[in-house]
Write a protein that binds this ligand. Structure first.
Ligand SMILES: [Zn+2]
Length: 489
């Protein structure tokens, strides 16, 4: 599972994540570390944020924390480099790509990466100071690894089974996300993750911000770089909003509480079945939706933006290396807006609470429209399929859905619909408002229920233009202020 967490060593590379590769001795955490790599093949070279020495295979780290934070790729990979910043502040960005594609694909991908990196530096106003003087993308695009991304102080692992020939834009999403972490999480650091504990679960209240706001900027900076258009960007927002607004888990836990579940959900896998579809909303998705809601609210109500918020977080927490708390972020919002009551309300309702902002009216300010994705189409609350004896219910039914309300759960077989042998298409092709009497067998008991079909609540975001609605001058200006390039020349 070579990716952002696990190591993979084979004939093509040694893809090393240090916590998955090395043991360490307690009480030696502060000791400097030197490591000598012995390449398995003559054409292998090293890509890493470890400190280089004169020997291209000998590297060092000042202590255990830095060493553990330094994934290393030994392989015959392609490297592209460019500079960011100017004068004294000039630093190098390195993109190391281990793949089976062409050099031209790497050139094209590096050009896209350079645009996104410039947009993100534009958000914060400056690049972080990279401890080794350069930042490294460790990209592995190979069919036999596992898709992943993991941020580090001066590097990131970005891995996918998608080749650049067909997956460059999607792979760029991970690159964009992880580079944004160079500020947000690596330096704008939640207090709960400081210092990182390699022996216990690290529980955090702030992942709706650390991962969620980062996810919001993932797509936004790609849009600002001109690599997607307004319609594509609107489409991606629709998926995010739909998930958050419609997830039943939102009624159970707040974004802060969802963040605390990271040890159970982020790359954890279970033998036991889980009911996460009903009880969990990803802090990536929910946090991204909060980022969007806050950005548009700041623009509409205060003439400011989430970029201003991130810059202030960078100055207050990131540059000073002073870890933040949820309260610290609330104070920051109060200071930015000059309205502590607004900050208190926003955190009480949307961060500690479980409400969502009014996306429909906020999106309208930039000429985007929130619509039903599947008008006239019914939603049952589970996937179903024809099986022996009737229709099988495949999932834990969604709380509040038609099947859930009828008492039908995963594993049930619907045997009869209105007295006839049940067929999946009878339900799937029905219309909202249609009613049926169903008979189903569940845990050895036969039951009946009458159901009324409901419309699929899924949402989509589209541009006003696509609906032939005219954009007002203010909508045009707001959208342009929001999505225009911030890259510093
Ligand atoms: Zn992330």
């Amino acid at each position: 599972r070579a990716g952002g967490t696990y190591s993979g060593i084979d004939e093509s590379h040694a893809h090393l994540n240090m916590p998955a590769t090395f043991m360490w001795a307690r009480k030696m955490e502060s000791a400097p570390i030197t490591v000598t790599f012995v390449p398995a093949s003559e054409d292998w070279k090293v890509a890493s944020q470890l400190f280089p020495t004169e020997d291209p295979f000998v590297y060092s780290a000042p202590d255990l924390q830095y060493f553990m934070d330094s994934p290393t790729e030994l392989s015959n990979h392609s490297v592209r480099e460019w500079s960011v910043g100017s004068g004294e502040a000039t630093q190098r960005i390195r993109l190391a790509v281990h793949h089976q594609g062409t050099e031209k694909e790497v050139d094209d991908y590096a050009a896209m990466a350079e645009l996104v990196v410039a947009e993100q530096i534009g958000v914060f106003g400056e690049a972080p100071v990279f401890d080794v003087g350069f930042y490294t993308f460790l990209a592995d695009y190979l069919p036999y690894i596992s898709g992943d991304g993991m941020e580090h102080r001066n590097s990131t692992v970005i891995a996918s089974t998608r080749p650049l020939s067909t997956g460059a834009l999607r792979n760029l999403g991970t690159l964009s996300h992880e580079f944004f972490h160079a500020w947000n999480v690596e330096r704008i650091r939640p207090k709960t993750l400081e210092p990182f504990d390699f022996e216990n679960a690290n529980m955090s209240n702030e992942l709706w911000f650390a991962e969620g706001f980062t996810s919001y900027y993932t797509g936004l900076t790609i849009r600002r770089a001109g690599l997607t258009d307004d319609e594509q960007y609107a489409g991606s927002l629709g998926g995010t909003i739909s998930t958050v607004v419609n997830s039943p888990g939102r009624s159970l836990f707040s974004p802060v509480e969802m963040s605390q579940r990271a040890p159970f959900v982020d790359a954890s896998t279970f033998i036991d079945p889980t009911n996460f579809g009903n009880t969990f909303v990803s802090y990536y998705t929910w946090g991204s939706a909060i980022g969007l809601g806050l950005d548009l609210t700041l623009r509409e109500r205060f003439g400011k933006s989430l970029d201003d918020f991130m810059q202030l977080a960078w100055v207050r927490f990131g540059k000073r290396q002073s870890p933040y708390t949820v309260t610290g972020l609330q104070d920051l919002l109060g200071d930015l807006t000059g309205d502590q009551a607004f900050a208190e309300m926003f955190f009480a309702r949307y961060i500690e609470g479980r409400e969502t902002v009014d996306y429909s009216s906020l999106l309208a300010t930039v000429g985007f429209s929130l619509e039903k994705s599947n008008p006239g189409v019914v939603a049952l609350g589970s996937r179903i399929e024809d099986a022996d004896g009737g229709v099988s219910v495949l999932d834990y039914t969604t709380i509040g859905s038609v099947l859930y309300s009828a008492g039908v759960d995963k594993g049930a077989v619907i045997t009869r619909i209105d007295g006839r042998k049940a067929k999946a298409k009878t339900l799937e092709n029905s219309k909202p408002g249609d009613t049926f009497l169903i008979e189903f067998r569940q845990r050895g008991v036969t039951k009946t229920a009458s159901i009324e079909m409901e419309e699929d609540e899924s949402l989509a975001v589209v541009t006003f233009e696509s609906l032939d609605r005219v954009l007002s001058e203010s909508q045009r200006q707001r959208r342009s202020a929001w999505l225009a390039s911030r890259a510093m020349q």
